[in-house]
Design a protein around this ligand. Structure first.
Ligand SMILES: N[C@@H](CCC(=O)N[C@@H](CS)C(=O)NCC(=O)O)C(=O)O
Length: 275
């Protein structure tokens, strides 16, 4: 494991690390923000999953998360959004291939050898983080857009692993929305296989009752066709889950929106992680 960057930030340190990952069979990068409180002892971790076209850099440079993490004493771990490097498969378009893993474990060639970001995010990365950094094993998960979908499916597929889950402008039903191209490519043509990775289908079938915090801009150009919060509302009602959905007037899809509400999400996770 190599440290690529280290920057003093709000009394703590924003770092970027690279390591050889087993799940994705390539070198992976991730950001770690260590708040000032780690000087006194291990802190809980909020994992943050980013959206299409992002690397580990977009969130750490644009969201302003460090200020809130320093206030609440949370470590923030922000992985890259797909495998990367020589020989990693890609395809035409922003919504498949590089930066578009959809945080699933692909079953179809040529994707299945390396597009295993679910295993990476849920198992391999936390094991690495808990071995090398001053953290407790208390974890929460959040994400933006494709990463919002990722956060929801990680929490839904692994009950008890995360203390809390939240999303900003999530792709709510990837198989019906922004994942319509990637899902058949990664998972095959059988819709039953998609249901295991679609947040709305998982919410309908889940025995565990979840509490979700979701923010969504009402001027987001992707809202109706690709994000579909209406489907999330229906699935939460059907499955008996609590959804705290804030529709934010005038906000679009980008990082100005994320930066405006990330503080609320960090505070929400801090209260769950410190309970
Ligand atoms: N280019 C894409 C949209 C890409 C996009 O909006 N990506 C969001 C997440 S889904 C993002 O975070 N982009 C990186 C950034 O704004 O820094 C399209 O128009 O279909």
């Amino acid at each position: 494991m190599r440290r690529l960057e280290s920057h003093a930030c709000f009394g703590g340190t924003q770092e970027v690390w690279a390591h050889d990952a087993t799940s994705t069979a390539c070198e992976m990068r991730f950001g770690v923000y260590l708040p000032p409180q780690v000087q006194a002892g291990p802190c809980p971790v909020l994992y943050f999953l980013s959206g299409l076209t992002c690397t580990e850099q977009n969130f750490i440079q644009k969201s302003g998360v460090q200020r809130y993490a320093a206030e609440h004493g949370l470590v923030i771990v922000s992985p890259d959004t797909s495998p990367r490097g020589d020989g990693v498969p890609d395809a035409e378009g922003d919504d498949i291939g590089l930066s578009a893993s959809f945080y699933v474990d692909a079953t179809q060639a040529p994707w299945s050898a390396q597009y295993r970001m679910h295993a990476y995010v849920v198992q391999e990365l936390p094991a690495l983080v808990e071995q090398h950094f001053p953290v407790t094993d208390a974890r929460s998960i959040a994400g933006h857009s494709m990463g919002g979908h990722g956060a929801l499916i990680c929490a839904l597929r692994h009950p008890g692993r995360y203390r809390s889950v939240s999303a900003l402008a999530p792709i709510c039903s990837a198989s019906r929305g922004w994942g319509r191209k990637a899902f058949p490519a990664y998972l095959g043509d059988d819709p039953d296989a998609w249901r295991e990775w679609d947040a709305c289908d998982l919410l309908r079938g889940s025995h565990d009752r979840l509490s979700l915090l979701v923010d969504q801009g009402d001027a987001d150009p992707f809202l109706a066709e690709r994000l579909q919060p209406d489907l999330l509302q229906k699935a939460c009602t059907a499955g008996g889950h609590t959804l705290d959905l804030h529709l934010r007037p005038g906000y679009d899809h980008g990082f100005y929106f994320v930066a405006s509400f990330i503080g609320d999400h960090v505070a929400y996770h801090a209260s769950a992680l410190k309970a």
